[in-house]
Write a protein that binds this ligand. Structure first.
Ligand code: ADP
Ligand code: MG
Length: 258
């Protein structure tokens, strides 16, 4: 089912044990049924782009995977383990499942370097010098090493979002979730963020990406998942989904965003 592109030569083998697995996941907010029987497996190193109309449940889906939201029924596993509900295991899950939001969520009163080293020092018990050396390498990787001593407000939106990515990566996540990471950015900054994400994908990071950037999906996704009204309505390779969507709902969604 999943289409693996040439930059993931080992993905089919890894697909035998999913990195993320959802089975029959249901979620309500009061009377609102926002996730309806979601089944989804994401293989190690796979890049899954999630698209769908506003309100279809994409953010809620992401948030359930690192337990920012609880679920009503069903099961979610990360790397084979059912999600923990509390304690150190929950902190470890949040480290294993990195999340990048539309709003960058950096600590305003800390430098960029501190933003990245805080959790490794506090949660992973990394030594400061080690955490700082690694943070600098990550800032280099996302192209903002010169901003290490700055505060978030001194950075552009694109730079802040790249700092947020470095912060998540500093926890050595097994999977990265992105919820519309470029939606709040000025257009000229979108590509600098997408380019870092494409690099991560090429380096073999397992990624679930909610985005309306169809160019990114074509470049980097192994699979596109289309959601509507809390359900996965169809999924296919990017070419399959964009060029020949099978449902009327997907066709009208694509017509509205392309
Ligand atoms: P998407 O990300 O696809 O736009 P969401 O997952 O954010 O969709 O939302 C799905 C539905 O759940 C929407 O109708 C939204 O208004 C509702 N919703 C999301 N979060 C909450 C919440 N915390 N409380 C109540 N309703 C919510
Ligand atoms: Mg959303």
């Amino acid at each position: 089912m999943a289409g693996y592109t040439e930059h993931h030569p080992d993905a089919p083998e890894a697909a035998r044990s999913p990195m993320v697995s959802l089975r029959g996941v249901d979620k309500h907010f009061g009377d609102l049924h926002v996730l309806r029987g979601i089944d989804l497996d994401v293989a190690a190193k796979e890049v899954v782009v999630v698209v769908g109309p506003s309100g279809s449940g994409k953010s809620t889906l992401c948030r359930t995977i690192n337990r920012l939201e609880t679920i009503d029924s069903g099961e979610i596993r990360v790397d084979g383990t059912p999600l923990p509900t509390e304690g150190p295991a929950l902190a470890q899950l949040r480290a294993d499942v990195g999340m990048v939001f539309q709003s960058f969520n950096l600590f305003a009163h800390r430098t960029i370097l501190d933003n990245i080293t805080l959790a490794p020092i506090q949660v992973r018990r990394a030594k400061r010098a080690v955490a700082e050396a690694e943070a600098m390498a990550l800032l280099e990787r996302v192209g903002i090493a010169d901003k290490a001593g700055h505060h978030p407000a001194q950075l552009s939106g694109g730079q802040q979002q790249r700092a947020a990515m470095a912060r998540a990566l500093a926890m050595h996540p097994k999977v990265m979730l992105f919820d519309e990471p470029t939606s709040a950015l000025d257009p000229e900054m979108v590509n600098e963020v997408l380019d870092v994400m494409v690099g991560l994908a090429r380096d073999g990071m397992t990624m679930i990406v909610v985005t309306h950037e169809m160019g990114f999906a074509r470049r980097a996704a192994d699979r596109v998942v289309f959601m509507d009204q809390g359900r996965i309505v169809e999924q296919d390779t990017p070419a399959g989904f964009f060029d020949s969507p099978r449902t009327e709902r997907a066709r009208s969604f694509l017509a509205s965003v392309l």
